[in-house]
Design a protein around this ligand. Sequence first.
Ligand SMILES: NC(=O)c1ccc[n+]([C@@H]2O[C@H](COP(=O)([O-])OP(=O)(O)OC[C@H]3O[C@@H](n4cnc5c(N)ncnc54)[C@H](O)[C@@H]3O)[C@@H](O)[C@H]2O)c1
Length: 338
Amino acid sequence: MLSAIRRVASTNPASMMRPLASLPKVMTSAAFSTSSSAYAPVNVKNITVFGSGLMGAGIVQVAAQNAFNVTMVDLNPEALKKGQDIINSSLKRVAKKQFPEDEGKQKEFIEKTFAQIKTSSDAEAASKDADLIIEAIVENLTAKQQLFSRLDKVAPEHALFCSNTSSLPIGEIAKATKREDRFGGLHFFNPVPQMKLVEVIRTSETSQDSFDAFMDVCTRMKKTPISCKDTPGFVVNRLLVPYMMESIRIVERGEATPQDVDTAMKLGAGFPMGPFELLDFVGLDTTKFIVDGWRKEGKVDANLVAPIKILDDLVAKGHLGRKSGQGFYSYQGVGGKK
Ligand SMILES: NC(=O)c1ccc[n+]([C@@H]2O[C@H](COP(=O)([O-])OP(=O)(O)OC[C@H]3O[C@@H](n4cnc5c(N)ncnc54)[C@H](O)[C@@H]3O)[C@@H](O)[C@H]2O)c1
């Protein structure tokens, strides 16, 4: 989703970075709980992923590619089939890149990865052997709480739980369980197989052992984890969403066009995409959903998340970006090119 950040990180002048020693104490890891859980540190082998949509399928693929035993769960066989199709097309691309001249090896790689994946629409049965449960279902607090409350009763005591939510408080989801010390956030980025970053979210209740296990799983998935407290938008979205909102305000005030803002940020700041291209890619409804949620929660400066008429009007008209064929830009056919 938010690949812009990768480029920014690599083009930032070193002079903008401050050594850790000069940071206030609250910004170092000392601010987090270091308590150990009453449960032995978990060496994760079996992962159960809930949701076989865009994110769930990506997480399943990456876990399977890195030798975890994975169970992919969704509500019905049709949804599971969609997840398998997503994985299949993505694996074909990976295999072609890894073994460009060898179709036999491509096939072997795809079969070997699929051999690591089971599918199920029986939530309880799929959780019985899990060491780690990763939830990537609809972005709805009640749905997530209801799911975890059910799983808490059937998953092994030692099993770690985490959510891939982009905008909901991890601590609120965790409250639906009796294992808040074994609960955290693993926030993967879209497309999961390509994006290296995972934000590992620890609440005030997450034990050190659980946090260490989350970091270890990310590393074994060949991702780069960063640690963040349970705050709105974590790191990436907390910075990118207000940036996208301010870009719309520039246009609303008549100061520049979306095209000029995009050109400015690409050529002047080295971003690979402009904010309007990013907004259309992410989906205007998704951005509005996040901003409306933050405003309701009241934890983010109100000016940063004040409603913007242009955004509200576009969403009301169903102009959601690339996925609907029209957002700030027009696309040739749904999901097509500008
Ligand atoms: N799309 C992104 O760019 C992105 C990026 C990071 C995080 N996220 C987060 O990941 C989560 C999933 O997003 P997505 O884009 O993959 O959604 P999606 O709509 O593509 O997939 C969600 C899937 O969950 C399934 N589902 C719903 N309820 C279920 C239940 N009780 N049990 C099992 N399966 C259930 C649905 O059938 C669907 O297949 C959300 O919390 C979202 O905020 C999304």
